[in-house]
Structure formats: C-alpha cells, structure tokens
Design a protein around this ligand. Sequence first.
Ligand code: URA
Length: 215
Amino acid sequence: MAASAKSKVRVPPAFVEPHAQAKCLSALHRQANSCERCELYKNATQTVFGEGHSGARVVLVGEQPGDREDIAGMPFVGPAGRLLDECLHEASIDRSLCYVTNAVKHFKFERRGKRRLHAKPNAGEIQRCAWWLGGEIDVVRPHLIVALGATALYALMGHSVGLTKERGQILATPNQVPLLVTVHPSYLLRIRNRNDRDSEHLKFVDDLRMISRYL
Ligand code: URA
C-alpha cells in the first residue's frame, strides 16, 4: 500500500476515530470549506467535498481531487471520473444513487511549468482528512462503502488491510458497514498494454457490479 508503506504513523479508520459532527451534509461541507487541518489547503483552489444525497445507500471513496476537480469543486469530473462513470454504467450502477467523495479533500500537486501534477497524499494528510470522511459516513449511514484504491482503503482501515490481497472482496468493518475493496480508475488509465488494460477494465466492472445488491 503505497500511501502507508513507508510511514510509521498508524492511521486508525475513519470509522472509529473522532470525526466531524454535523446534522447534515451541507453543514459539514460548510465546515470543510475552511479546513486548515493540514497544509494542503494553502495551494489548492478549494475544498472538494463529497457529492450526492444523504440518503445514498452506497458511498464511493476515491483518493483526492485532481486538477479538474480542484477547479470545478466537484469530485470525479476529470479523466478518472469519466472512466469511473463509464465503468459504473457498464456495471449498471447509477452514479446519482451513490454518494461520491475522496479520502483527501484538497488537491495535492507539484508544479511542472504550467502543469500541476498529481502528488500522493502522505499518511498524516490522509489521517487529518479522515475527520471529514468519518463525518460524511456518519451522516449518510450507507449500506456499503466502496474503497477505490489504496489511499481510500488506508483512510478507512488503517494498516490492517492490503489492496492486492483484498481486492474484489467485501470486508467487515468496525462499524458494521460492509466495505468493497477495488482499484482506483486512475490505475486503469496508467496501464499501457492494451490487453492488460482491457482485462483490468473488465475486472473493475465486475467489482462494481457487487454494488447493486446494496442499492
Ligand atoms: N481521483 C480521485 O481519487 N478523486 C477525484 O475526485 C478525481 C480523481
């Protein structure tokens, strides 16, 4: 798990850690807009909070907003979001029935000329931001949480679970909300070999099909 392998910090799950409290998602969102819990707010355009309604039965958790999301202020609207939409569609899952969010709410990047290149959030940043993720889960009270990739899994389960081993599985969690473990759509975008990409795409869609039982 890249986000945690080098770190000695133990990150307790967003489920059981103290987390943000609010009556509704919009109140939580307002609180998060002025978040300074780590340094990432300094360079990001804005907080990119989760999107969806509080009655959603499924919460999808990604890593962090990318360049497009940082500008738009909405999760999963860039290339990874388009691929996620395509795969959800193939799995017959309606994204609008899900609450879509990220483990980390600010875009972390490195500047290369005019470009802003994604940089991986570290353990401390993920831990700080679990404050909001825990709050979102508490308000939505989903029937299923989907961890899209290692950072989401780390935010939710700490060091206890590895992505490669548990991918495609539905795990029990401390607060009884089942957790589906799968890859992040960006992983598919990075695969160069076409056959490998196609087979990983199919595997991802198969994982997403499991969501339908909980909707
Ligand atoms: N990748 C993520 O993990 N989340 C987004 O919102 C966009 C890209």
